[in-house]
Design a protein around this ligand. Structure first.
Ligand SMILES: CC(C)(COP(=O)(O)OP(=O)(O)OC[C@H]1O[C@@H](n2cnc3c(N)ncnc32)[C@H](O)[C@@H]1OP(=O)(O)O)[C@@H](O)C(=O)NCCC(=O)NCCS
Length: 148
């Protein structure tokens, strides 16, 4: 089952965010989660959904932001999947696809005609899951940095 994120989810959502982004600062991930719960309008996120297993335990999430533009998309602004995660034991049960469907419905209801997403070049499983959910690959990007 998929439902919008609720206040009671904040700690478990932040913990799942930390498992999706293990290199990020867990405190920052928790702070962002509270920021969305406390003042959605001021948060960089615009929507978040929780996937529950058949005992109503949260086992995944998808979060969205509406970006000014997204590479490879024809429309702007455009909703962008910022995080998509299902706990390992709950994978392969169509919960990820159900979360994506909720994101699509949210987007269509607000008048958007495209949904953008991205993943790391080495995350082939995610690329395959995106393709299975109807996404087409638009481009690949190599990022750089230089200390100044
Ligand atoms: C990507 C992820 C959210 C998918 O969730 P899931 O619940 O396992 O996916 P579903 O069971 O709903 O599968 C949806 C479709 O993707 C396909 N798929 C899912 N995982 C796949 C994999 N590892 N390899 C190939 N196809 C895969 C499924 O076969 C299904 O296609 P179908 O409808 O044609 O059968 C989950 O695997 C995950 O959390 N991965 C780790 C985090 C991650 O990489 N997130 C994405 C980057 S932000």
């Amino acid at each position: 089952m998929i439902r919008p994120l609720e206040t009671r989810d904040v700690e478990v959502w932040a913990a799942m965010r930390a498992r999706l982004w293990p290199h990020a600062d867990a405190e920052d991930l928790l702070r962002e989660a509270y920021a969305f719960i406390e003042d959605e309008a001021a948060s960089f996120l615009d929507a978040a959904f929780i996937a529950e297993d058949d005992t109503a335990r949260p086992v995944g999430f998808l979060e969205l932001s509406v970006r000014d533009f997204a590479d490879g998309c024809d429309s702007a602004p455009v909703p962008h999947v910022e995080g998509w995660y299902i706990e390992p034991p709950a994978r392969g049960l169509a919960l990820g696809a159900d979360l994506m469907h909720a994101a699509e419905t949210w987007s269509v209801e607000r008048g958007f005609s495209e949904l953008a997403s991205d993943t790391e070049v080495e995350n082939v499983a995610s690329q395959n899951a995106h393709a299975a959910c109807g996404f087409e690959e638009t481009e690949r990007l190599v990022k750089f940095r230089k200390s100044l």
